[in-house]
Write a protein that binds this ligand. Structure first.
Ligand code: ADP
Ligand code: MG
Ligand code: MG
Length: 867
């Protein structure tokens, strides 16, 4: 029969996939000799079996749990369900992938009326016993029976108010005993039955609740947002309780082996005396800095520092640790690789390489390419003289400016509609996830650096300020006071997650600063990668930005925007309105100098690097106004004549070039003149690549190549390549014929995705495609992550057929996928020469390309972005 349960000190032969992250961490620590309370893990196999059997515990599991409880009783010398000196446990979820706050934990399980009295007697600490019991009642009620948290919290705060005190710790044993009575009646009112007194019944119900929580809506939202598969399941950890709420020589805390915001070494963490773990994480009391623990509990503190160093050495990575001290004795309750900002990830990777802990290959393989984006976020101008209205903790860097919203649903609605909003809350809970995703930034009144808001925002790379004491919110009136000023929902504020400052109104933001660690790691990445990285850029400014980010050329310079300028559009319209070729040529003659000027700017910004210019692509009606705005009847008629039922598949791309060669001819002349002018000015000839869009038939490209060669020869002498976009399925299939006339192919995967999938992006996203993603028909949005098995397969065919007739054919990709990590890895595997993406994505692509190369060579033990 399948085995479903392993003790923490027992080898299971499985890692995170089997035991979950928390379980495998506990087991590994136990086996390393780190002090961890005894316990066992029910595997993810059990959860999957439970789900597969329609939420029934698989055969044999109940017996196995009993056996392991019996062993735990042996180890601890306490009995589960005992009245006098009961064994208490926590029941904790833990999936393979860390999902902060998504799943539920129950502490102090095993307590009941008699056992609470027994615990009070055996410890001589009534307060502690009833504090533990009221927590169990609340957590069990919430997690297992779905009772709303405020039902309990309200009564807790009533009790504090009645007594005129601020903190839970100010309540004494009698207060807590009273609260236990109140919580039990809430439980009974809500569920129609008494709180289960039988420890084994509590345990079974808790295990089922953890399994069930895998499927709760907020866990699903988190998984979708982070592309975590739905079928992993969660493990359940049953761990002997250690008590941080057992008086002043006890406490609980969290710490990081390095600063998760900056990556700096040093003491980093938070500690709360006389408290149980969830008090820190929930942000209910604002904890003290870890340093304070040195005074309270010097011995446990020293041991903690030592353990932190050990764990970092063992895992060779920055750890995020939960611990509890019971009566001066330290216990570790969790360790995991720390979530960190991109800046911290880079700093830690560089310093760990310097320390000899990891290799350069590992350093490069470890950084999540998508996270680099954070460093490229805007910041508040460091030189601006500004008065902050309030200051909180700098929980996640980057500045954000937006209108205040007070709840997650509003944030989702308005953020989803493209507005910039800042979500302002007392504190966030996992129920706020959808709003946090949609907001530009997050601001909370309560909570520390490890509160829910802080952890989740860092994971998302969102600016976040927490623990902002100078703010109070009136949820009913939808107002807040920030440093004495009343603001309303919809008012604009700016937050700086790097400094913790909060400003009223919109503050000017400056582009991000790239630091030395960034350059170092990307420099290493450049040594490892084979793919070249270019940028999509249409202006000299974008080209310069791209170069700064390390682009090795321009892979796509679109030319259509060049016809939209104020002076240019009327001339373009004249060209479209012209009755004959002669009329068109006259207008084009006047457009030529504009084009030339544009190209000169770009060539100059890219001296020494190749520039791929795509000739005119969109259908001509895009340059004409709506029919109602037509200047005259003639224009109205032309607009009607050019109207297309499906412009994406209409008269556009090279079809225009074939029908109206004079348009492309003008563009070609402008390119030659610009190239010659720039060569003369800089002494270096631009590396020009001319690209024809939307080719489906070899004959189209044959004619356009002829036009290209002739026009250029006519105009002067320059070196250039002439190639085509591959963005139609037919072009992939007939790549061999097309390659006869092409020096290069560039996969236009935006259109290729649309045409292969038969989906127009505008008609898909926010409509049926969203439904497909939500209902798991598709796992990923194919417009964001390349559809490797469909579109990718056609690309592979095109590569093979194209290179079969021309070995030297240069191959690249210029769709948005060129800036998405998984797709970049795929392009590497396809054997393309380069990817091209928006300037801000260039660093991501450099890193992803290096990871692809490392994964291929097996040089790094870590999985690449595409894995
Ligand atoms: P999460 O995944 O939300 O961090 P955990 O299972 O780690 O949930 O537990 C929540 C809190 O309860 C943590 O602060 C943890 O330290 C504490 N905790 C869990 N198990 C125990 C235990 N056996 N003894 C004492 N505290 C515990
Ligand atoms: Mg935890
Ligand atoms: Mg296209």
């Amino acid at each position: 029969m399948a085995r479903y349960v392993y003790d923490l000190d027992e080898p299971s032969g499985g890692g995170k996939e089997l035991l979950g992250g928390k379980g495998s961490g506990l087991a590994e620590m136990t086996q390393l000799g780190v002090p961890v309370p005894a316990g066992f893990t029910i595997t993810t196999d059990a959860c999957r079996a439970y789900m597969a059997e329609g939420k029934r515990l698989p055969d044999g599991l109940a017996e196995e749990i009993q056996e392991h409880i019996a062993r735990l009783e042996e180890k601890t010398g306490k009995r589960f369900g005992d009245d006098a000196d009961p064994l208490l446990v926590s029941v904790r979820s833990g999936a393979a992938v860390s999902m902060p706050g998504m799943m539920d934990t129950i502490l102090n399980l095993g307590l009941n009326d008699a056992a609470a009295e027994g615990l009070a007697r055996s410890t001589g600490n009534d307060r502690f016993a009833f504090d533990s019991y009221r927590r169990l009642l609340q957590m069990f009620g919430e997690v297992v029976d779905g009772i709303d948290a405020p039902r309990f919290e309200q009564r807790l705060s009533d009790a504090k108010q009645a007594k005129g005190v601020q903190h839970d710790t100010d309540l004494d044993a009698e207060d807590l005993r009273g609260l236990v009575g109140v919580f039990k009646s809430i439980y009974e009112e809500e569920t129609g039955g008494p709180f289960p007194q039988d420890a084994r019944e509590q345990l079974t119900r808790a295990v089922r609740a953890v399994f069930d929580s895998w499927d709760n809506p907020r866990a699903q939202v988190y998984r979708h947002a982070h592309a975590i598969p739905d079928d992993l399941g969660t493990a359940v950890n049953v761990v002997q309780m250690v008590f941080g709420n057992n008086g002043d020589t006890s406490g609980t805390g969290v710490c990081f082996t390095r600063d998760p915001s900056t990556g700096d070494q040093g003491l980093y963490g938070e500690f709360l005396a006389n408290a149980q773990g969830e008090d820190v994480v929930a942000g209910i009391r604002t904890p003290e800095p870890l340093e304070k623990m040195r005074e309270h509990l010097p011995e446990a503190f020293g041991q903690l520092l030592e353990t932190m160093a050990n764990l970092e050495r063992h895992y060779r990575d920055m750890q995020d640790i939960e611990f509890t001290v019971e009566d001066g004795k330290l216990f570790l309750l969790q360790t995991r690789s720390a979530k960190r900002t991109a800046a911290a990830a880079l700093k830690a990777a560089v310093s760990m390489t310097d320390e000899g802990l990891i290799t350069r290959e590992e350093a490069v393989a470890r950084i999540d390419p998508a996270a680099l984006d954070q460093l490229l976020h805007p910041m508040i101008d460091p030189n601006a003289k500004l008065e902050p209205a309030a200051k909180g903790l700098n929980a996640s860097p980057g500045a954000a400016c937006g209108e205040i919203v007070f709840d997650a649903d509003t944030a989702e609605a308005r953020g989803g509609a493209g507005e910039s909003v800042i979500l302002v809350r007392w504190e966030t809970t996992p129920d706020d996830i959808h709003g946090m995703i949609a907001a530009k930034g997050i601001l909370t009144v309560h909570g520390g650096m490890t509160s829910h808001a802080a952890v989740v925002a860092r994971g998302m790379g969102k600016p976040c300020v927490v623990g902002t004491e100078g703010i109070s919110i009136d949820t009913g009136a939808r107002t807040a006071t920030i440093g004495g000023t009343t603001v309303h929902e919809g008012d604009t504020i700016t937050i700086d997650g790097g400094s913790g400052q909060v400003y009223l109104g919109a503050v000017e933001l400056v582009p991000p600063q790239i630091n030395e660690d960034f350059e170092t790691v990307l420099g290493w990445a450049d040594d490892f990668r084979r793919l070249k990285v270019r940028a999509n850029a249409d202006t000299p400014e974008d080209a310069a930005k791209a170069r700064e980010f390390g682009a090795q050329g321009i892979g796509l310079c679109r030319t259509e925007h060049m016809f939209f300028g104020e002076e240019r559009l009327p001339v373009m319209q004249e060209m479209i309105m012209a009755d004959d070729e002669q009329g068109r040529r006259a207008a084009l003659e006047r457009l030529l100098p504009f084009q030339q000027e544009d190209f000169e700017g770009i060539f100059e910004a890219m001296v020494g690097l190749p520039v791929t210019i795509r000739l005119l692509d969109p259908p001509l009606h895009e340059f004409l106004p709506d029919e109602e705005q037509a200047r005259d009847d003639k224009m109205r008629r032309r607009i009607r004549a050019l109207r297309e039922a499906n412009p994406m598949l209409g008269t556009r791309g090279c079809r225009l070039g074939v029908m109206f060669p004079e348009i492309y001819e003008m563009q070609l002349r402008a390119i030659v003149r610009a190239a010659i002018a720039v060569s003369e000015r800089t002494g270096e000839a631009p590396l020009v690549e001319i690209m024809h869009p939307l080719v489906g038939f070899a004959e189209e490209l044959r004619r356009l190549r002829e036009l290209t060669v002739q026009t250029i020869a006519d105009e002067g002498e320059i070196e250039y390549l002439c190639g085509t976009m591959i963005e139609l399925p037919r072009a992939c299939v007939r790549a061999d014929e097309i390659a006869e006339h092409a020096d290069f192919f560039s996969f236009g995967t935006n259109d290729l995705t649309q045409t292969v999938l038969g989906m127009s992006r505008d008609d898909a996203e926010g409509k049926f495609l969203t439904y497909y993603l939500e209902h798991d028909v598709l796992e990923r949005n194919p417009f964001e992550t390349l559809d490797q098995s469909g579109v990718g397969d056609l690309m592979r065919l095109a590569v093979e057929r194209g290179r079969s007739v021309k070995e030297t054919l240069k191959l690249g990709i210029c769709g948005e996928h060129g800036g998405e990590a998984k797709s970049v890895v795929f392009c590497h595997e396809l054997g393309l020469d380069y990817v091209s993406c928006s300037p801000y994505r260039v660093p991501l692509a450099r890193l992803a390309a290096a990871q692809a190369a490392l994964a291929e060579s097996g040089a790094a033990q870590y999985v690449a972005a595409g894995g």
